[in-house]
Design a protein. Structure first.
Length: 450
């Protein structure tokens, strides 16, 4: 009864992102990204940490893949650093950058680990930011040019492509909250940013179709069920929040239209930006959607134009938080998956990220993170429930393989299955890494014991 078994072809992997692990920020001809610049701004990153070294994965890649393979992980989702391929964002190719990912793919395949490649996980070439970044429609086109080159090179071996990682976070953290680059406050241009990101997604899909006939392509979104703090009411601002956080990044792609709740504002902010066939382009067929889920969002109404909601912290008895301050809310992942089935035609989907940061330390060379194992079990239990109820979910990726540079939180927050010593960069699998290894081997886990 307590054995939770997954379908035969279900895939279990881990996920990372280039800037968070690679380091080697100017090795072999790499150009600067917006993150390379942002981390030098005073007060933006906890403890003034930077990704200059990160996990030094650029130099330790073979060892990392070997460890992944020893742990029997079946798939690996990683992202490509655009400025490694095009140091200025466009035109002049940096062959050595491309070669790095070429080698990575070969090594993964040799170890029978399935690569899932994200084309954009936030490290925009700095040169393109200087031309307007995501406020500039041309950025989407340059993303297409870059994607063409990458897919032409790797598309004979990589068969799963993700265009963008979490465009909602790019927009919210970069253009509203000022916690990620470019750190603007532009609520009344944010829908332009959204449109240009969705357009970039369209260029990514086109690049996959044109360069790798047998590949599958999708987008990865940050999704959270949205609740009202009045609990009993699904009021207007909650609906608005849901439209902006969730629907904005799926409706244009899967339904060819902007969500009704925000449509007028999208068009108002994009007067000179949206062109006639854009929605058709954005809604080219995709093969799957990726969902990143950690928690839920509870909102209260505020009298601000358009963004008429603010997050509030849950206070109910027994509420648990991670070291990020995020509420542990396993049922949310089930709610999202059901929604994909009911509202989006049960398109194949993956959990492309789920995981947790807790405060923890190595003790006598070991890290027994029972709390992380419990977290993963509770979320996976809900994923399994969705499968049983017919949701077309194909796989699950833990965020993340190893402790890494957690954006504005620097190295203070550790999400890894593998611990990294910040001084020596030594990799030590945590207990959760072994637990996940067993899950990969058996395709099942026992809910009651470890
Ligand atoms: C997601 C990001 C990922 C990581 C996790 C904790 O929003 O995609 O890079 O930072 O959160």
């Amino acid at each position: 009864m307590s054995e939770i078994k997954f379908p035969k072809d279900f895939i279990f992997g881990t996920a990372t992102a280039s800037y968070q692990i690679e380091g080697a920020i100017s090795s072999d001809g790499k150009g600067p990204s917006i993150w390379d610049e942002f981390v030098t701004r005073k007060g933006k990153i906890k403890n003034n940490d930077t990704g200059e070294i990160a996990c030094d994965h650029y130099n330790k890649m073979e060892d990392d893949v070997r460890l992944m393979s020893e742990l029997s992980y079946q798939a690996y989702r990683f992202s490509i650093s655009w400025p490694r391929i095009f140091p200025n964002g466009k035109k002049i190719l940096n062959q050595k950058g491309l070669d790095f990912y070429d080698r990575l793919v070969d090594i993964l395949l040799r170890k029978k680990i399935k690569p899932f490649v994200t084309l954009y996980h936030w490290d925009l070439p700095l040169a393109l930011e200087k031309e307007g970044g995501w406020l500039n429609r041309d950025t989407a086109k340059y993303f297409g040019d870059y994607s063409n080159v990458v897919i032409e090179k790797l598309g004979d071996r990589v068969s799963n492509w993700i265009t963008l990682n979490e465009p909602w976070i790019v927009m919210a953290c970069g253009y509203l909250l000022k916690v990620f680059p470019p750190a603007f406050f532009k609520p009344f241009s944010s829908m332009k940013v959204a449109h240009n990101l969705l357009l970039a997604h369209g260029f990514g899909v086109k690049a996959v179709r044109e360069n790798s006939k047998n590949s599958l392509v999708g987008i990865t979104n940050a999704m959270m069920p949205v609740y009202s703090n009045r609990m009993d009411k699904y009021d207007k601002s909650t609906k608005r929040a849901d439209a902006i956080v969730n629907k904005l990044w799926l409706d244009p792609i899967l339904k060819g239209e902007y969500p009704e709740e925000i449509r007028n504002e999208v068009y108002r902010q994009n007067k000179k930006n949206i062109q006639d066939d854009d929605l058709k382009f954005i809604s080219q067929k995709v093969d799957f959607v990726g969902i990143n889920n950690y928690s839920r969002l509870i909102v209260k109404p505020v009298p601000f134009p358009f963004y008429n909601f603010r997050p509030v912290n849950p206070k109910h008895p027994g509420v648990e938080f991670t070291s990020m301050g995020w509420e542990v809310f396993p049922q949310g992942i089930y709610e999202l998956l059901k929604r994909i089935k009911i509202e989006y035609g049960n398109i194949p989907c993956y959990i492309t990220e789920n995981g947790v940061a807790y405060n923890e330390n190595l003790e006598q060379g070991k890290l027994e993170d029972h709390n992380r194992i419990k977290f993963l079990k509770d979320y996976l239990f809900q994923v399994h429930k969705a499968i049983v109820e017919g949701v077309n979910i194909k796989g699950y990726f833990v965020w993340t393989f190893m402790d890494n540079f957690e954006w504005a939180e620097g190295f203070a927050k550790t999400f890894g299955l593998v611990h990294i010593d910040r001084n020596t960069l030594k990799r030590t699998p945590k207990l959760s890494a072994e637990w996940y290894s067993n899950l990969c081997k058996k395709n099942s886990f026992n809910y009651l014991d470890e």
